[in-house]
Design a binder for this molecule. Sequence first.
Ligand code: ADP
Ligand code: MG
Length: 285
Amino acid sequence: MTAKVISICNLKGGVGKTTIVMALAEYLAGDTMYKKRVLAIDLDPQTNLTSALMSEDVWERQFESKRLTLPYLFKDPEYFLENVKSENFIVKQNISNVRNRNSFAQLHLIPSSPRLFEIQEELPSGYYSCNLKPVELIRTILKPLLNNYDYILIDCAPNINTVIKSAFLASDGLIIPCVLNRMSIHGLDLLLEQIEKFNRYYIHNLKTVGTLISRYNGTKVQTEHLNSISVNPFYPPVFESKILERAKIAEGLELSNYLTYKQKYDDSHDSMVKLTKEFIQRVGK
Ligand SMILES: Nc1ncnc2c1ncn2[C@@H]1O[C@H](COP(=O)(O)OP(=O)(O)O)[C@@H](O)[C@H]1O
Ligand SMILES: [Mg+2]
């Protein structure tokens, strides 16, 4: 079985991308009967997923200071691909603040770094001397890892630069989190256009697995937006499970103390379990 690679992307920030990657990773690897082997990848220079899943101290001492985070792959792929083994750039210990994480099947993380902000200007327009283009790098590092995982989840930055395109090229599918307001739906329209362009340009078949409603509070305005995107075939099919707007979920992005799933996800626990099931049904085992 090779891993299914899924990018979680939206051109807007604050729509719950990182929260969704964290929750899916924790539920797929842990609480459910599925016990999947999961690799989460943080491709956002804002590093929120990295901070939510691992100790910043460990990140600094064992990864960033040793140039084992993703910007160094893009800066110098010749060195990175030749000399850095996956054991060194994948964090395998002490991921997540879920209290029973020791019973996870497997949850690993490839951390990000704020240095990813400066990468775009430094990328070659053509090939590196190792005969790869920047857009091929994520696919290249994932290829030898595909048999080690069931799911690889990529938390994308809210833009479509070369780094994000490299995630798309490595991915089988895309989940688009969407908050039910006008700006977020405009972002969704634009993203769908960009994906179509991307698929044409790279002769790729990146499929949208679905639109995932996030920060849902069931107000009249949200319900109207939900109805309009649910019936419009232009939009990828909306997941039946929704992520509710809950203060506890926001607090769960802080790694400070160890929590049970119910403490971390509050009354959203049951909908997270359902979402995990729906994810597996849609993406495949
Ligand atoms: N379901 C939710 N309920 C309440 N707050 C949320 C929820 N999802 C996200 N947030 C808050 O919104 C902010 C943005 O969420 P995040 O997952 O980081 O979005 P993105 O990755 O799209 O920028 C977070 O700081 C978090 O506090
Ligand atoms: Mg984020």
